[in-house]
Design a protein around this ligand. Structure first.
Ligand code: SF4
Length: 291
């Protein structure tokens, strides 16, 4: 049996630099709070917690003073920075540069909205950390829609500035642009400004994953259960290749079932550490050898 790990799998650069920053801080200070899960992978979180990382939420932040807090790649709204300042908290900011640019673009468009009575629309998941950060740029006035069925929240007689959460699906976003554009035309309104703000790494991920899946007999897709990117990529791949298995750790693997395949591929979400995929590869090879 051959097992190959997909070359494009593993952390994106935004997550890689957030983890590096946390490791450096932990080495220097021994303890660091992180606002939300640094990465949606419990195995990686366990590893960082053993080094001294403490995961907190925004309610915990209210009660913390004179300490160090890390902001993860998803970014935070301006209110978080203001609260940190009030509580004399030192911020270690790992907001991904791509998210940071999107926050700035949304803020700029929001300022334009004030002049032409426009609306900011965000295609994303309500309650997702990145979306909360984006809503914060608009004094929480942005309209968040997660699917086409929700477009009636938009007033088509006014200007519309449409952005996307960086991890959304490109095809769905393009369809949404068509549907909103059609409604704007019906209202004789030309003030529609869509911005494709999907991360390029995410946009190309589905293509690379499917071509890798085609090159193997079965695919072990490694991801945390709470990773929206992981769940999305897994469902997408499973529809294309039924021999795709969702794995969070070694214990999920049914080695007996895998025996039927000659070539197995291992891939994962943008939050899946390479060391975990390597561990899973070594585990399967060892088990197969002993059967
Ligand atoms: S997926 Fe893209 S936008 Fe999100 S953290 Fe990674 S590199 Fe940044």
């Amino acid at each position: 049996m051959e097992i190959e790990i997909e070359k494009q799998a593993g952390f994106c650069f935004g997550v890689t630099s957030a983890i590096k920053l946390s490791e450096n801080c932990l080495k220097e200070f021994g303890e660091l709070y992180c606002l939300g899960e640094l990465v949606h992978n419990s195995m990686e979180i366990n590893r960082l917690e053993q080094l001294g990382l403490k995961i907190i939420d925004v309610n915990d932040l209210q009660n913390l003073h004179n300490c160090r807090v890390m902001i993860r790649a998803h970014g935070e709204p301006p209110s978080t920075y203001a609260l940190a300042k009030r509580n004399n908290i030192e911020i270690f900011d790992a907001t991904c540069p791509i998210v940071l640019k999107l926050q700035k673009d949304v803020k700029k468009a929001y300022e334009q909205c004030a002049m032409n009575d426009g609306q900011i629309v965000i295609f994303g998941k309500k309650g997702h950390a990145e979306v909360i950060g984006l809503e914060g740029q608009t004094d929480n006035t942005a309209i968040v829609i997660s699917k086409q069925e929700e477009i009636d929240k938009i007033d088509f007689s006014k200007a519309v500035y449409l952005f996307s959460q960086t991890t959304k699906n490109k095809e769905e976003f393009e369809e949404l642009v068509q549907v909103i554009g059609k409604r704007m035309k019906e209202n004789n309104n030309e003030k529609f400004f869509p911005v494709n703000s999907i991360c390029k790494r995410m946009a190309s991920r589905t293509t690379t994953l499917l071509s890798f899946a085609d090159s193997v007999d079965a695919l072990l897709f490694v991801s945390g259960r709470h990773s929206s990117n992981g769940n999305y990529l897994f469902d997408f791949c499973k529809q294309h290749k039924k021999e795709t298995y969702f794995i969070t750790e070694k214990g999920d693997i049914d080695v007996e079932e895998l025996k039927q395949y000659n070539r197995i591929g291992i891939s994962g979400a943008t939050s899946t550490p390479m060391w975990l995929m390597q561990e899973i590869r070594d585990y399967v090879l060892e088990k197969i050898k002993n059967i």
